[in-house]
Every structure is written in structure tokens, then in C-alpha cells.
Design a protein around this ligand. Structure first.
Ligand code: 3DU
Length: 211
């Protein structure tokens, strides 16, 4: 079954925990990014720990190897189970994120192509394909690919084979969960769930649509 990952991009600790609690029975993981961590600090990972769901740090880590290492060490020490990193910084930098993740028995996912319209400016023309190859050679656990372009997911799947593909862009960005769920290992949904009047009910609805 395709996983459903809640992207928890709210700015208030109490609200984040209450949305996560309401959605917990229907989701497989929680993705936390800069908006929530900058508002609350890394301790949000401890607040969400009781839910016993994997916590993914979407920091799109993109620095030199040493700084990537410091960032990823902080992420895993705070209690996260996975990190998302950029690959365009090069294999050495991306590999550092993978190595730190694996040292902590966690996972690292590499962004291959983003979901917003402007992403085509730099990611197309062979770059996303090269980033998918880099994810394979760096022994990353999977890639992030755009729900807004299912045909691109299919192309990237040819490169990464059975590695996990997680896909943001469903709902608010226009991606169709029904189409995308057949192509990926997990769909990442944010606003469509956390902005709903009843986030728990919306998470349940999304969870029923999964293949
Ligand atoms: O559009 P939504 O509200 O469903 O949120 C999507 C989340 O996934 C959000 O945190 C965004 O930063 C992240 N994301 C993308 O939307 C697209 C990418 O290529 C990578 C991450």
C-alpha cells in the first residue's frame, strides 16, 4: 500500500501536535520542515515522538560535506528518523547525509526534481535523471519526485528501480493522488490535510484513496 505522509507545515507547536494526533491513525509518517522547526526548535521531534510514527526532517540539506554532517547529526540526535537532502551539491556532500543517516539507523532521501512550476527551469534537461543516478550511487534510501508531473516520476522510476519514491505536490499544488499513488511508495500531503476543517477526517479520506 502506498504510504501517506503528512507534511506538518504549521507554525504553532500545540496546533502541530493536535493535528498530528488527529491524523496519526491514518498516516504512515510525519514530515517536518523549516516552517515548524524554525517556529518551535528541534524539540518538536520529542513532542511528536509519542505518536510512534517515523519523523522525516525535510531540510533539503545542501551544503559542503562537513556542514551536511553537522546538520544531519543534529537532526538524528533530535530524534528524527530520516532526512531529505539535495543532490545538486555533488556526490560527496549527498553521501555524507546518507552515511550519517545510516550510522543512526535512519534514512536519507535525495530530491531529484521539485514539484512547483519553476522547478523545470533547472531540473529538466537531464539534471533530474543525473540526480536520480546520484541517489542510487550514493546508496540513498530513496528520492523525492514531483506529484505534479507523473510522467517524470515514471522516468525517474526507470533509474532508481525499487528504491523508495516519495512524492509531494498532491492536492494544493494540483497533483492527483489517484494517479500518483500507483507510481510511488509514498505521497506527501500538507495543506489539503492541515488546512481542512477536520484534518483527521481529511487524512482518513486520503488514506482510503491509496492504492
Ligand atoms: O503543497 P503541500 O501543502 O501539500 O506541501 C508539500 C510539502 O512538500 C511542503 O512541505 C513542501 O515544502 C514539500 N516539497 C514540495 O512541495 C515539493 C518538493 O519538490 C519537495 C518538497
Amino acid at each position: 500500500m502506498t504510504e501517506l505522509i503528512l507534511s506538518l507545515d504549521v507554525l504553532d507547536r500545540k496546533q502541530a501536535v493536535s493535528i498530528a494526533e488527529a491524523c496519526a491513525p491514518f498516516i504512515d509518517a510525519i514530515k517536518v520542515g523549516y516552517p515548524l522547526v524554525l517556529a518551535t526548535g528541534l524539540t518538536i521531534a520529542s513532542d511528536l515522538a509519542d505518536l510512534a510514527l517515523p519523523l522525516i526532517a525535510d531540510f533539503k540539506v545542501a551544503d559542503i560535506p562537513n556542514t551536511n554532517r553537522l546538520i544531519c547529526e543534529a537532526v538524528f540526535s533530535a530524534g528524527f528518523d530520516a532526512v531529505i537532502a539535495h543532490g545538486f551539491v555533488g556526490a560527496d556532500a549527498a553521501r555524507t547525509c546518507v552515511e550519517v543517516a545510516h550510522k543512526h539507523s535512519g534514512a536519507a532521501y535525495i530530491v531529484t526534481e521539485m514539484s512547483h512550476p519553476g522547478a523545470t527551469e533547472f531540473f529538466h534537461g537531464g539534471v533530474a535523471e543525473r540526480l536520480a543516478e546520484l541517489a542510487v550511487s550514493s546508496r540513498a534510501d530513496g528520492i523525492i519526485a514531483p506529484a505534479t508531473r507523473p510522467e517524470r516520476i515514471t522516468r525517474l522510476r526507470e533509474i532508481v528501480g525499487s528504491k523508495a519514491i516519495y512524492s509531494p505536490g498532491v492536492g494544493a499544488q494540483g497533483g492527483d493522488i489517484d494517479t500518483v499513488a500507483r507510481l510511488v511508495d509514498g505521497v506527501i500531503v500538507g495543506r489539503s490535510i492541515y488546512e481542512a476543517e477536520d484534518p483527521g477526517a481529511e487524512a482518513e479520506r486520503f488514506s482510503r484513496i491509496r492504492r
